[in-house]
Design a protein around this ligand. Structure first.
Ligand code: DC
Length: 246
């Protein structure tokens, strides 16, 4: 991706990629519990960018599906339900609150029931189209870090900075366990490893926008990195790109 400082008087999609320094789109993709959420949030904080956890949007839709008693495999029923579903990400200091139809569901979307059903719900084309449209709208002005599964491949294939974050299954399960413990849930490690494996399988084999590394994404294995190191690597790359050094 070239960095070009040029004045563009046409709508963005008619122009060559134009970004002002400090207004880049950063795509961070990777499998569940790879460390991408924490990295994305801290990178956004370091740069003064907006952080969008796109997984939270799919989780909110899944909560709606479960609450409505809709079968997560029923794409048509879910498409109809989307017409009456409103997902909003609202900034609250350094945190992002997730609102579903005006109700704060930030904690609820992390429940085991939602985690179990989210891959089944997010594979439907209607769900993906609605989420991607919203994500593109949010990112259209740049200055944003989006994390998910398909940001660098589908949502913003022209993102100026792309990372694909991976980590060994054991460290991912340990991270997920810590998150659950922090919320007062005592996890079964073996079940966690299985659940992560199954979600990887579903997310990377689905037909619509499967989880995969974009050709031009930098792969970052976080198994043995501290969070500070991960953040520094991404921020350094952003600076290089913004200064035309990459
Ligand atoms: O990042 P997460 O574990 O909270 O994501 C939950 C699920 O949402 C994930 O298993 C697949 C789906 N998802 C997706 O399909 N596309 C994205 N860009 C982000 C998440």
């Amino acid at each position: 991706m070239r960095y070009r400082a040029k004045l563009c008087i046409f709508p963005v999609h008619f122009c060559e990629p134009y970004v002002s320094p400090g207004k880049l789109v950063i795509a961070i993709d990777g499998p569940a519990a790879s460390g991408k959420s924490t990295t994305a949030r801290l990178v956004a904080e370091a740069l003064g960018y907006v952080h969008v956890d796109t997984g939270a949007m799919y989780r909110a839709v899944t909560l709606k599906v479960l609450g409505a008693g809709t079968d997560p495999s029923d794409g048509e029923a879910i498409r109809d339900l989307l017409g009456e579903t409103h997902v909003e990400l609202r900034r609250d200091g350094t945190l992002t609150r997730v609102l579903l139809d005006g109700r704060d569901v930030t904690e609820e979307i992390r429940s085991p029931a939602v985690t179990r059903a989210v891959s089944a719900v997010s594979r439907h084309r209607a769900v993906r189209e609605a989420m991607v449209r919203e994500q593109r709208r949010m990112g259209s002005a740049g200055g944003i870090v989006l994390e998910g599964r398909d940001i660098g491949t589908v949502v913003f294939p022209d993102a100026q900075v792309k990372f694909f974050i991976v980590a060994g299954i054991e460290s991912r399960a340990r991270r997920r366990a810590k998150e659950l413990q922090d919320r007062g849930i005592s996890p079964d490690m073996r079940a966690l490893v299985e659940e992560i494996r199954e979600r990887d399988r579903l997310d990377s084999t689905r037909e619509e926008s499967p989880l995969k590394k974009a050709d031009d994404a930098i792969e970052l294995d976080t198994s043995d990195l501290t969070i500070e190191e991960q953040v520094r690597i991404v921020v350094d790359r952003v600076r290089q790109v913004a200064e035309g050094r990459a």
